[in-house]
Design a protein around this ligand. Structure first.
Ligand SMILES: NC(=O)c1ccc[n+]([C@@H]2O[C@H](COP(=O)([O-])OP(=O)(O)OC[C@H]3O[C@@H](n4cnc5c(N)ncnc54)[C@H](O)[C@@H]3O)[C@@H](O)[C@H]2O)c1
Ligand SMILES: *[C@@H]1O[C@H](CO)[C@@H](O)[C@H](O)[C@H]1NC(C)=O
Ligand SMILES: *[C@@H]1O[C@H](CO)[C@@H](O)[C@H](O)[C@H]1NC(C)=O
Ligand SMILES: *[C@@H]1O[C@H](CO)[C@@H](O)[C@H](O)[C@H]1NC(C)=O
Length: 418
């Protein structure tokens, strides 16, 4: 168990000055004491300014720059996003030190603010606004922070969008992963937990999907993720890395305590996932749900998917981080092993929201496959992980509670807040 990060002293990492050089304890020299107090207030203000403006960061003494025995410092890329924010919450709750890097292109500053409010103590959580496509910034971030591990969530992640804008996907998934790996190499960070996806498998003939199922992705999203996996695998062979690649199935749900939720940009709605569509329909934002394909060879004719609650998913990340070993790569499917049909999903959605959602049936959408579900035997055996919280109805109920209370997501978009 890691010790608590609370009550930590500010380490003296300053370049040109440090708090320790000041002597506050001499009662005979009141005037100097006062001027020092003013000086301290000034420096503190400077420091806050620097912390909130990453471009000045380099001269601010930072707890995050120093390795501390017993404290694991995790870089969470994409930590303003849906899964990344839930992962950061879990890591912080478990006393990890967390640095989030996100350029808010798709995430929410509101999620960061929630986390900052929950963990205001020094040395717990740091947010850095930066673009992972910018190798210079990424390098500076690595040189100014002592990371023990990286959880790399940042990506663009919509299958439909990837077929329309493939370059966006190869750039922001494959190329950006390369930037992160180069920075890890240059700065000796040896542990990586990578967010991959069942989309790397494509349309396997045999179900369930094991980690040995051949990867034949059928869209740029799946291909970009598979390429990133391959780069990671090749690099890990020569670099003595501890790597865990997690291939998620369909992620649903949100924090059971209602602190965080899923709030994609409204303009991404058309590419959205089924749970988002369900809530939008329940809120009346869209007229109803479109079920595409009712003649698949499945018990009720609709497609079958493996839904995994985000709380279980982030639990898999913490277990993977805990078990990651130098010179080893672990590849794991993260799903429940149980498929649920679109019809079952829609019924659960109606029940969870209490809304009488209008359902329209359409012919099959090209590229959709009948059944996808995982075989979670390996992760169960190696990491002692099983889905504990996933329950279609309950997961949707929890997510719905947040949606209902946050009709416009986390509120004002970033432009106003930076
Ligand atoms: N949601 C799912 O069902 C699912 C399934 C399988 C895999 N995944 C993977 O999980 C990860 C997280 O997905 P999510 O659903 O939380 O997505 P999300 O869009 O909510 O979060 C992604 C985050 O990455 C950030 N980001 C993107 N490009 C960036 C860049 N260049 N620089 C800095 N930040 C950048 C975005 O601002 C956003 O906050 C992704 O890698 C995705 O491929 C998700
Ligand atoms: C986020 O990063 C991308 C490059 O991956 C860049 O093109 C985009 O402008 C950035 N967005 C913001 C809001 O900084
Ligand atoms: C992704 O890459 C493209 C360049 O191909 C860029 O224009 C875009 O802003 C990037 N970022 C995101 C979040 O899509
Ligand atoms: C495995 O997980 C279960 C429940 O999550 C726990 O009770 C058990 O002690 C764990 N076993 C080991 C060997 O860690």
């Amino acid at each position: 168990m890691l010790p608590s990060n609370r009550n930590r002293q500010q380490p003296r990492a300053g370049r040109s000055w440090s708090f320790s050089e000041m002597d506050f304890s001499d009662p005979k020299r009141k005037p100097r004491f006062l001027s020092k107090l003013v000086m301290l207030a000034f420096l503190t203000a400077m420091c806050i300014l620097m912390l909130t403006h990453p471009q000045y960061h380099s001269s601010c003494p930072s707890v995050f720059a120093v390795r501390e025995p017993g404290v694991t410092h995790v870089l969470v890329t994409g930590g303003a996003g849906y899964i990344g924010s839930h992962a950061a919450l879990r890591l912080l709750t478990d006393s990890y030190r967390v640095t989030i890097v996100d350029n808010l292109s798709r995430g929410n500053i509101g999620a960061i603010k929630v986390l900052q409010k929950l963990f205001p103590q020094p040395g717990r959580l740091q947010f850095i606004y930066a673009d992972l496509g910018d190798a210079k910034s990424v390098n500076r971030i690595f040189s100014e922070n002592a990371f023990d591990a990286v959880m790399h969530f940042a990506a663009v992640a919509y299958v439909g969008e990837s077929t329309l804008e493939p370059l966006r996907y190869y750039h922001n998934i494959t190329a950006n992963t390369l930037v992160v790996l180069e920075a890890m190499a240059a700065h000796g960070v040896k542990t990586l937990i990578y967010s991959s996806t069942c989309a790397t498998y494509g349309e396997p003939e045999k179900m369930p999907i094991t980690e040995e199922t051949p990867q034949v992705p059928i869209n740029p999203y799946g291909k970009a993720k598979k390429m990133a996996e391959e780069i990671i695998l090749d690099f890990s062979k020569s670099a003595d890395l501890a790597v865990m690649i997690l291939r998620y199935f369909n992620v649903i749900g949100s924090d059971p305590e209602g602190r965080l939720g899923e709030a994609p940009r409204p303009e991404l709605r058309e590419h959205g996932r089924i749970s988002g569509a369900c809530f939008d329909a329940a809120l009346g934002i869209i007229p109803g749900l479109k079920v595409k394909g009712t003649d698949y060879e499945t018990p009720d004719g609709t497609c079958i998917r493996d839904y995994i609650d985000v709380t279980d998913l982030v639990d898999a990340h913490v277990k993977a981080l805990d078990k990651a070993q130098r010179g080893k790569v672990g590849i794991y499917n993260v799903g429940t092993g149980k498929g649920r049909s679109v019809k079952e999903f829609v019924d659960a959605c109606k029940k969870a929201t209490g809304a009488d959602i209008k359902i329209d049936y359409f012919p099959r959408r090209p590229g959709d496959y009948a059944e996808v579900y995982s075989d979670p035997t390996k992760i169960n055996r190696d990491l002692n992980w099983t889905a504990q919280r996933t329950d279609l109805l309950e997961s949707l109920r929890v997510a719905w509670r947040w949606q209902k209370l946050h009709r416009s997501g986390y509120g004002a978009p970033l432009a106003a807040t930076i």
